[in-house]
Every structure is written in structure tokens, then in C-alpha cells.
Design a protein around this ligand. Sequence first.
Ligand code: ADP
Length: 380
Amino acid sequence: MDSSSFAGKIDFQVLFENNTDGILIHDLSTNLIVSANQRSLDVLDRAKEDILNKSPFTFHAASQLEDEAYMEKLNRVVEETKKNGKSKAKRIHFRQNGEKTWLQVNTYLMPPPHDNLMVIVHQDITELEQQQVMIAQQNKELLAKNKELEAYIKSNSLLENFAFTAAHDLQSPINTMVSFSKFLKVSLEEKDYEEAMEYTEFINEAAKNLKALVKDLLAYSRAKSAQYNPETFDLNNLIERLIKELDFSIKKSKATIELVNLPEDFIGDKIRIRQLLQNLISNGIKFKAPDRAPIVQIKCKTLDDCWLFEVSDNGIGIEEKDYDEIFKLFRRLHHKKAFSGTGIGLALCQNIIEQHKGRIWLKSEIGKGTTFHFSIPKPD
Ligand code: ADP
């Protein structure tokens, strides 16, 4: 049976009235709604007399009619339908009690000669939209939980790594002390005092190493758990005092320390900033080139929203591949015999900068020197 043979048998009015989608017929030549099925009245929550022979603007909220973007969208639908024969859009609709619903609006033009008639089909997609909002919210929460979990796993594996490497690094001087104590005992029994003296020095060296490790480890874990206590202070005073404390290593290496444009009203955690600068300056002195005395310069540029620091030296330099490595806990690039140290200093520096919500990075050239840059935002 072809469709034409249906025509006489089917009551299209019944189909129209019982359609589960809201259907309106909009006469574009008069700008009036000329027909509306029951579902469209339900979806729009309007009485028939409020819709029929009225402009479609009557069922939009006043606030929407004043909204330029919304009106542009409505016009676009009409223009597109006129041009392409159909269009679709999503819009918010307000029921009589102000309740907000979401509508999917599909339109199409009746075939000529009735192409002045635009059919507007409304579907209430509020539930779908609400579900989508809920899913987006759940996704956001999941993402945040995931981040938390990642941070937890990271901190756990950092902790494991920390404990493992700490134990490993602590063990080395302890082993030296145990072994050389045995040798010392034998030397003393044999009354070989010269050898005994040599072993005593090894033990002493290992004990110093152990002391430095424990001291740095303590400083690191204290800094990690410490509260951030900002105050305003003069950085010149702080560094001048620091230079006095470093007097021994400065004199020993004939180092020059230069201060350029340091702020008098810097805001940060004084104890932590002192630790940070002490580590960077000490490294600048320690990793000196064999043929020249160290020159360490501490420079600051005060910007509107942050302080930009540079701590530069003319030392041995760092290869670019190690730029990230050196901030890892216990990571050292040289043998202890060449340069003493625990590999904790820069991990601590990074932690301090993070506490101040800043960033630390470096530029270096092997054989020429290194510049550590760090930024510290000014508090709001
Ligand atoms: P430490 O100084 O105790 O070895 P740090 O964490 O301060 O540990 O530094 C890690 C490593 O980074 C150092 O062992 C060294 O290899 C390298 N490094 C740090 N600062 C400098 C510098 N100014 N010049 C050259 N190498 C440096």
C-alpha cells in the first residue's frame, strides 16, 4: 500500500494531537502561532489561548527577550529554517512558576505552497540535561579524587624512596665506621699508632658525613612539615648575616659575594628563605672551577606581582640533561671525594619555593657557571 492510499484513511489531526513531541505551527508571514498540539502546551506550560494566534515571543520569558544573545539565537533558527528548510537548537524555557526546563527545538518548513509555515517541534530534554550536568559534576569530582590519589601515591612512593635512599646513604658512613673500628682495634693491639691514627681519621670523616646527612635530613623533613609563616623583612640584612656565617668557606675559597638590588621589604618565610639562599650560595662556592675563585652574585628584579631572583656563579656548571635531576632528593652529580654534600639541598630549595607558590629553574654552561632563577609571588 503506497502512502497516497493512506491519505484518505488516516486522520492527521489525531496524529498531530497525540504526538509525544510538542508541535507548533508558526506562520512566518504573520508571525503568529496558528496551531499547537496538546503536548506543546504541556511542554511550554501555557494555555491554548496564550499561544494560539499569538506571536511566539509570548512564551519566552521577559529576561530572555531582553537578552541579545538569546534573541540572536532565535533569529538564527528562523533564518536557517527559511534558508535550508530546517534547523535545530537547544534552549532554556521557563514554566509559569519560574521553573527552568531544557528544550530541544527542531524546526522545518512546510512544502510549497505552504512554505510560509514553520513547524516547531519541542522535546523536553531537562532530565537529560540534568543528567549531563550531574555526570560533568561527578567527572569533576572524580578527577579531583584521582588527583588526590595520584598525589597520595606519589607522596607514598616519595616517602618509600626517601626512606630507602636515606637508609642507603646513612648506611655507607656507618659501614665505614664499623670496618675501620675493627682495623683500629687491631692496630692498637699491634701498637701501630701511625696506622691507628689513619683509621681514626677515616672514622672521623665518616662520622662527619653521617652528622651532615642527619642534619640535612632533619632540615628537609622539618621544612616539609613546617607551616608557612610570612613576614616582611630586609633581604640585604638577612644575606649579610648569612655571609658572616659562611665566612670560613668564603675565605677558604677566596669567594666574592655580590648583592644587587635586593628588596628591603621582601615578604616570605624568613627561616625558609634563609635556608634557600644558604643552600644556593654554598653550592655556588662549593662547586667552584679549579682555576678561579668563586664569584657568586645574588640579584633581584622587583615586578608588580612577584620578585624574580638570580643566584649565579662562575663554577663548574651543570649539563642540561641534569637540570631536573639535581632537584631530586639525594641526587648528586659528583663523587663525595670531589665535592662533599648530601644531595638534599636543592630538594629542600624546591620545597621552599613551592611553599612560597613560586618556581625555580636554572641555566648553566659547563665550565662557565650556573644561574639559578626563582620567582616568588607577592601576596595579594
Ligand atoms: P649537595 O650540594 O649536598 O650535593 P644539592 O641538592 O645542593 O646537594 O645539589 C645536588 C647536586 O647538584 C650537587 O651534588 C651538584 O652535583 C649539583 N649542583 C648544585 N648546585 C650546583 C652549582 N652551583 N654548580 C654545579 N653543580 C651544582
